[in-house]
Design a protein around this ligand. Sequence first.
Ligand code: IPE
Ligand code: IPE
Ligand code: MG
Length: 232
Amino acid sequence: MTESNHIPVHVAIIMDGNGRWAQERGLPRIAGHKAGGNNIRPVVRVFADRGVRYLTLYAFSTENWNRPVAEVSGLLGLLGRRIDRETQALHEDDVRLLHIGREDRLSKKIGQKVKDAVELTRSNTGLTLCLAFDYGGRDEIVQAVRQIAKEGVAVDSIDEPLFERYLYSRVIPDPDLLIRTGGETRLSNFLLWQTAYSEFYFTPVLWPDFGSKEIEAALSEYSRRQRRFGGI
Ligand code: IPE
Ligand code: IPE
Ligand code: MG
């Protein structure tokens, strides 16, 4: 097998640890979210250079609405500004942007910014950057079931490939490698269906500190994994 066979096609990341990064420095949690946001571009670049085709980033879960109002509005504000500031640069890097998650609870303004960024970059052929925002794996499955029921799909025609076409992630392959920063070893409602056979990599490094050294370590560990998909 050549080296390139060991590069994951799709890497999904749970970007955790922003709050603790800030607390360690005596800063407000939102400063950690800002630092975490600043880390996205460089990380995208490294994965793109290493030949990864899809990168999905978990930025806000359906449960993150339960945080204090000030933190939630801070996070939404950062998302809007991040899109304003970086869409053009990502476009120039040939990155295609996608969003997975609910659209109905974002403000009109932010919802429109997301749509415009996706539209602007839709024909790009470089890395696909998929932003999971107001995303929950259970929510995704429930909305798929509701849509299937609404359309009156014949029961006997429901199988795994059909079901997948109703998920937010329908246009992207399942993640090969799932990375979680920040030391927790759980999924927190991320890509429940799609990670059935993903390789998991957990690191204590907090998201704002996750850089090329950690990426190389994760890719190197992945290249040593033996995936069997239930075979032998
Ligand atoms: C991840 O960082 C970002 C979001 C969940 C929005 P956290 O805010 O969860 O950081 P910790 O886990 O409290 O350190
Ligand atoms: C998961 O992190 C969600 C994101 C990184 C966006 P959380 O910090 O919300 O997860 P828990 O609460 O520790 O499980
Ligand atoms: Mg956290």
